[in-house]
Structures are given as C-alpha cells and as structure tokens.
Design a protein around this ligand. Structure first.
Ligand SMILES: NC(=O)c1ccc[n+]([C@@H]2O[C@H](COP(=O)([O-])OP(=O)(O)OC[C@H]3O[C@@H](n4cnc5c(N)ncnc54)[C@H](O)[C@@H]3O)[C@@H](O)[C@H]2O)c1
Length: 330
C-alpha cells in the first residue's frame, strides 16, 4: 500500500489555476445537483492548548473523491516556531477506503478558495472587465488575484487595498503576474480609490465591518465576498448587497455563516429567498446568471468541503500521472 505525500511546491508544480477552476466548477455542480455527501464541519476544542481542531469530511461519487481536510487553529504555535493554522488533507480511495494521499491543507485551501472566485467571476462578471480591485493582502489574496487574472485576460489594472502588508504583497504580485497577464498591479491608499470604476472587486479580509462604501460602485460590477465566515464578519456593504443579484457557493453554508447576508436579513433589507442561486445551479443552467451589462452581481463564498475533496482528487491524479511527490509504503 503506497501513500503519496504532496508538499506545497509539488502541488503548485503539477496543478494550474485553470485546472483548479475547472475542479471547483465540477465540485459546485455536483454539490448543487445533490450528488455529494458533505456533512457539517466537526469542531473540537482543545482547551489545554487553547487550540481548536476542525474536521471537514466529504464524498463526491462521480468525481471519485473521498476524504477529510483537518485544519487546526493554535494561536500559541508561532512562539514554538510552528504555523498557527496547520492543515492537512487526507484523501482516500473511494473504492477501498484506503488512504492514498496526504497533502498540504493550507496550500489546498488557497488554491480552491481562489478557484471558487475564479468560477464565479468567469460566469458572472463582464468579459470586458479591465479594472480589478482586491481588498486584503494576506494568505488568501494571491490565489484570488491569480484566479481573476486567469478568467479575465482583459484586465489591465489591479488595485490592492489592505490595512497591512500591501507594499510587500504588491511587489511580489508584480514579479509573478504583471508580465504573465500583461497588467499593472498597484497599491492604493483608500477604499474609494480602489473601487472607482472597478469592474470586479474581491474582498478577502478579516474585517468585521464593510470595507468599502457600496454607493461608490459602478453599475455592472461583480463582487466576490470571500473573507467573512461568521455571523459577525460583515465585509461587504449592505447598500450594495441588497441591490445586487446574489449568488452563493452553498445555501447551507452561506445562510449559516455569512454576515454579509445574515445582517441584511436581520435588518429586513434582504431575504434569503432573494438569493438567485448556488453557483452550481447557474453552471447547470438551473438558475440565471448575468443577463444584462448594467446589473450588479455578488457571489458570497464561505467555502465547502466539496471544493477540497474534488480539487484534492484532481491534484492527486495529476501528480500520479507526472510522478511528482513522494510515495511511502504504509
Ligand atoms: N471563503 C472561503 O472559502 C475562505 C477560505 C479561507 C479563508 N477565508 C477567510 O478569508 C479571510 C482572509 O484570509 P487570509 O488567510 O488572507 O487572512 P490574513 O489574516 O492572512 O489576511 C487578512 C488581510 O485582511 C486585511 N484587512 C483586514 N481588515 C481590512 C480592511 N478593513 N480593509 C482592507 N484590508 C483589511 C489585512 O490587512 C490582511 O492583509 C479570513 O477571514 C479567512 O477566514 C475564507
């Protein structure tokens, strides 16, 4: 019995953002078609170490994907020289239940979270989009940028606004993407400057209050809301959200966790019934996408285990094909 160990650099070597977007597209469609089994996340508190361990299992028969991602949150770890949020993905053979791969869970999360926005941006934003505004410059920001540039090659200008780390992030992104995607990437000093005339906006911050003024957004904009994942984290402005066509990754997840929707519902300015559909329903032609250039669209993602298992399976298949990674006997 052999298990394939995949580290971050090996995953990135074998798997492109285009392939990740394709994997997430498949995952969302299977989920919305009721062809997956994605139980609720199991959270275990470890008070002795002030830690928490989160287990996200899932099964997608048609994708041959079965496994669990384990993400732990240990704020005391950096003092020990360890990451504060260690994560691993355990992939199983759906035919035998045997473990076939362990891969870097942090890298997987970044890939599949960027890819989710890539799927929605591809489906919902204007193909002529030329200005992209990115809020946040943390661990998730790079794949958000890569995914948007991958699906919208007409983008010429990227503006990044972040409370911290923006200069270093922008320099790194320039080196990686400016020549590849023929665009200019710059830091901006205010949210208003970021959103002025922007065609696509992605928020990927830890903010608990809206990061821009919704009244400043142009008609026809598409926004991806990625950061908020608790009923208190209100990242996108209610003025914008309640006037947009709203899409989600999963109704179950977004309605339980996304303050960007929950707070407007509590304020009676929005109802969950107004959500146009899950993005998987749009992919399957069961819900409408953008129908005119003037309408605003909002995609809220809180993340789903279905993205993890399907993306992990596709990464594993590719790595086996290219003989990349380390096989260990078990
Ligand atoms: N939707 C999903 O599937 C998914 C997956 C992973 C992470 N997340 C969430 O995405 C968020 C970002 O993750 P990360 O790992 O990049 O976090 P991080 O802590 O590495 O970075 C957070 C960034 O947000 C910026 N920020 C905070 N408040 C801001 C504000 N008001 N305006 C502009 N920038 C602001 C910070 O400067 C920082 O650059 C977190 O809330 C995380 O839980 C969502």
């Amino acid at each position: 019995m052999k298990i394939l160990i995949l580290k971050q650099d090996e995953m990135l070597k074998v798997f492109s953002m285009s392939e990740a977007i394709q994997a997430c597209r498949e995952a969302f469609e299977l989920y919305s078609d009721g062809k997956t089994d994605i139980p609720l996340r199991v959270n275990i508190d470890v008070p002795q170490a002030s830690g928490q361990s989160l287990y996200m299992p899932g099964y997608a028969c048609d994708a041959g994907a079965l496994g669990v991602k384990i993400v732990s949150v240990y704020p005391g770890n950096p003092a020990k020289g360890l990451p504060s949020v260690p994560a691993v993905m355990a992939l199983l053979d759906a035919q035998t239940g045997m473990l076939i791969s362990l891969m870097d869970g942090t890298c997987l999360t970044r890939i599949r979270t960027g890819a989710a926005s890539g799927v929605a941006t591809d489906i919902l934003s204007s193909p002529e989009s030329s200005i992209f505004a990115l809020f946040g410059a943390g661990g998730q920001a790079e794949t958000q940028l890569e995914a948007t540039l991958t699906v919208r090659p007409a983008i010429k200008e990227v503006r990044v606004f972040s409370l911290q780390g923006v200069e270093e992030f922008v320099q790194r992104m320039r080196n990686r993407f400016e020549a590849k995607f023929n665009c200019k990437i710059k830091a901006v000093s205010s949210p208003a400057e970021a959103v002025h005339n922007a065609d696509i906006i992605t928020t990927v911050t830890t903010s608990k209050t809206p990061v821009y003024d919704g009244k400043l957004l142009k008609r026809g904009v598409h926004v991806n809301g990625v950061g908020s994942y608790t009923p208190e984290m209100h990242e996108n402005d209610e003025y914008f959200v309640t006037r947009a066509k709203v899409y989600v990754d999963t109704r179950d997840g977004a309605f339980a966790e996304a303050a960007d929707l929950i707070i407007p519902v509590q304020n009676h300015t929005f109802s969950f019934d107004q959500v146009v559909g899950e993005i998987g329903e749009v992919i399957a032609g069961k819900a409408p996408g953008r129908v005119d250039a003037e309408e605003n669209t909002f995609f809220k993602t809180v993340g789903s285990g279905v993205q993890d298992i399907v993306t992990a399976r596709r990464i594993y298949d590719k790595a086996v094909k290219l003989n990349i990674g380390s096989f260990i006997d078990f």
